[in-house]
Write a new protein. Sequence first.
Length: 254
Amino acid sequence: MAEPFSVVIPARNEEKMLRVTLPSVYRLDPDEVILILDRPADRSEDVAREICERHDSETRIETVWKEVDWSFRVAYLRFYGFGLARNNVILSTDADFQLDCEIGKYLDEVRSERFGLISFGILDYPLTYRSVVSLVLSKIFRYKTFAGPMLFSKRALTETVCKEEAKKWMYNDDIHIRRLISSKFPTKHVTTKTWHIRPSENPIRDYRDGRLYYIDLKERSKMMMFLRSLVLLKPRLFAGFIHAFNEFNSLSRA
């Protein structure tokens, strides 16, 4: 019998989204599903219970109301769910990801500890010009991308990620988790047909992502980042990258 796995999903007021995405979680046949609801003001819990009653997987729904001393609340919710998981293998996902059933094929690679973490690429729905171009460029140039859903072992997480450090993360907890686990364990990123049901364009996020390309993804080619921002029509992406580049170079010369 295959080793069971847990799924952890943080969510806030996702009543409509859960109707679309939660069934895709159960199609992977997890041993347990842990849904962490953050101060819900809608029918998220009722919707989740209606869906889980149609499946055999055990579902645990936890509601968080308290204030926490974490810079990024979603990171707290995710780690809270990780702590509740009873299995060594965990799939971390979001309420707006409709998961590709092909993800299940990679479970044994984490169970056997061949990989400490496997992250899965996502596609925006509806598809946008930028998401299509980004996908094509990633195939041609093999550049690093941000994580979507992540499959990992509790052992890899506990041996590389410190909760006290995680409390300081400002955003993009998935990137930090992947970066830290990859420092000690083999990891890989897989392209899947997992759909991001709520894509959005945001210049502030573009700027932040540009900084993260330099700081966390270790991208060093200014020309590559310029071309990427040009093709994707995201000038703030390049601005964030250049600012991070200048900041770190100034510190190294000091």
